[in-house]
Design a protein. Sequence first.
Lengths: 301, 318, 355
Amino acid sequence: MSHDTATTSVLSGSLEPETDAALHKKIGWGFWIAVSWVIVITLLAILAPYIHLRDPRGYFVELNGSGRPPYGPSFKHWFGTDKDARDVFSRTLYGARISLIVGFSAISFGFLVGGTLGIIAGYFRGWLDKIISFTFIILLSFPSLVLAIMLTALLNRSLFTISMILGILSIAPVGRLARASTLQFSDREFILAARQIGASDSRIIFRELLPNVVIPMSALALLGMAVAIVAEGGLAYLGLSVSQGITWGSLIQIGSDSATTLENAPWIAFFPILLLFLTVLSLNFAGDRLRSHLDVKESSL
Amino acid sequence: MKFWMQRVAMAILLLLSVSALTFGAMNVLGDPLFNILGPLAGDVNNPKSAALIKEVKAKYDLDKPLPVRYVKWLGDFATGDMGVQFSTDGQPPVSGLIKERVPRTMTLLVMAQLLAVMISIPWAAITAARAGKRSDKISTMNSFFLLAMPNFALAILLKYIFSLKLGWFPLTYNAMDPYFERLRQIFLPAVTIALPAAAVYQRLLRTDLITTLQQDFILMARAKGLSRSRVIFRHAIRPSMFSFITVVGLNTGALIGGSIVVETVFRIPGLGSTLVESVLREDFPVVLAIVMLIASAFVIINVLVDILYSIIDPRVRR
Amino acid sequence: MNDSESMTPALLLEVSDLKTYFRTERGTVKAVDGVSFSLLRGQSLGIVGESGSGKTVLSRSIMGLLGRSNLIREGSIKFNGQELMGLSVKEMRSIWGQEMSMIFQDPMTSLNPVMKIGRQIAEPLMLHLGMNKSEARLTAEKLLTDVRIPEPQRRLNQYPHELSGGMRQRVMIAIALACGPTLLFADEPTTALDVTVQAEILQLINEQRVDRHMSLILVTHNIGVVAGNTDVIAVMYGGKIVEKAPTKTLFSSYKMPYTEALMRSIPKLRQVSHTRLATIPGRPPDMVNPPLGCNFAPRCAYARPKCLVEEPELTATENPEHVYACFYPVGSPEYHERKLELSQRVDSLSTKGPI
């Protein structure tokens, strides 16, 4: 009855004929394009001070009769200038620094704390699991942006605290997933075998569980980084991110603060929006692809 | 019955924890005395200031231990007394401000949620019926783009296109305008919140619909001679709605987050924009009240979603 | 019913050279490969075959219920003189439920779990017969009485999960009968049910068929099910009809070795308990690359070299209504010769064994 599955799926009016094909699909060129964009923007952000950009805090007022700033995009100012005649291109690249640092440290912190808590909860179970899981539930009881805003109100807004705050937000989602997959793994033979030969708990956690739980979650790290970048952008837009810093959110805020600025000089807001959008899109896309790729590997084992 | 009791007990426990956490954070990480008195709060050596400090401490119970203050505050909060606004002249009560702002945010959220549901259901139905075809693939790509657009950026984009360039919608919100005029002013902000939410709902509902459409009872419905749309809307949608409803409920948190940003972009004096303003003005009683209110609403909504779930699925109801 | 009609019953369905292929990644699956038969009004036909023989696809293909992507469907289906092949789904919808309806295999999954029974029955009534809500409700109640469901009024307001499997199958029959179809398909209607209710359901279907003067196509893998319930039996194998005869004729003088194998798989009352039921060795053919000769040859005990290279045509016996596709049918000299060989081999095996 080798053809039976094929027939039944057609019989029931199968609506997803390409499911099988999708399963065998390679990770695809789209993934690599997305990853390339993330690498390029990261390199540009890191190298921003060394590639002879215009001073992001400099004022480039033209005195030759081109009128009052903001100036539109030109050969001199690729992305134009804002209404204080500051160069939008160099500010956007500098803005990537804070956005990416915050995004990266936030999700790293989330993985470190959330991942550890999740694995501990899933491995030891019992009352420890109950306490940790309840903590996750409490954290998830706040809409994340509300919790972030509350914390920014109470702490000084430095690069470090903003990263920590966004990191705290990612603890619960990461932790829950880590707990779930730890529960799944700790019943598998290799863990049971390790226990039987008398391996210590910490050895099992670090040598056996950590790689098996965390690697499949790497896709989540990309998605989580995108979420953190968006959240930082939102906070910055509201004026609640790193104080005095140039970030994509604050640049967008400057460009859209008044209706006249937005109407007459849309480039001030739109170029940072474009870069933010492309970065988030790439992270989402790469994460999504990676996730289905890892899933397939998992299921084909 | 036992299931519901458990849910409600959990909700109460969560409300207590959330309030304790919020209150604790505000009072431990923040300094209420400083918020009230400003720099004067540190001036303990000056006898005049010291007397003032003592007076304020007594007035706001700051001289009592934290747990006692928490219980008192919780009692006050539950009875509608949310303290006073420090940053406003004459220190009017917070509750008045809240009462004024809540309906606006509620209107915005309800409108956004309705729009999201109204967009996502037909969208999911069409794409599920054409799953794997080109229109479906284009739609998947579109929702991918939509979800990668941060809500404040989407708000600015929509504002630019529909208010500034096309002039279809008013630029500003005016609390003095008549009700229907204000609904029109809120429409574009609601769309901003609704679009990404609709994309999330559509993705989910589409997947569940595809699963449902392969069920035997769908073939049975087709064999009755029902039209395609009747098969989808009468037979397939409802059994596919279970996770949809859960997610619509849980997504309220994301919508509230979205409303904070969108209210700020479109300058709607709602709960969210007030929260941001109060944070910037360090008016902590307002921040505390709004955070508590939103978190409680969120917890309660989650319980309601659970209960609604059991109502809609007759198999769970027994 | 007047006399002239009963004397020369009208032709209801005429299927000629129906082919139904599915394009899959593995290749084209020839699920139904050139099937022809005709059915008179009021007549009942049993289609029997193993799973994978194409019998379910055949019934759905006739009714036009298959999804259209990756489907190849050729041949002719004349229903009441109207050619169905080439009709759009929209045109078919006026036939579905009203002229043709189907009872599906699994009553557990074929009723909508979140819709009340009453509405599921009323739906086609309101759609096809233009009844209003209260008329449809009354008719639905009457239908439930017809299919012998106790307390019909209460059942109308119940959900499928509140009913037993047998009850649900009765509800499905009620839905299928609702608009008074002239042709009823029943696809393994009893397979998912307890043995005790199987006979009741079959009896009910048959009674309703006679009462309503419907034609019936009963699809099953169990030749025992069709034995007392159909006028004609068609045996299907590898997407083709390999033998067709009036029920009595088939049981008394089947020709195909495959039919013989199916017959042997029916449990018989007279057999000593614990007798092993004969099973057919091997698997149904691969429908992407069917065998060159007779589809059954690779599994047939009586196959000869010719069977592996040449495909037998359907030929009639002395009774023109009895057709079969086999070079060496049951009763032929070659058949007896092989049978003798086989029994000798079995004997030699048993005498060699230690006593």
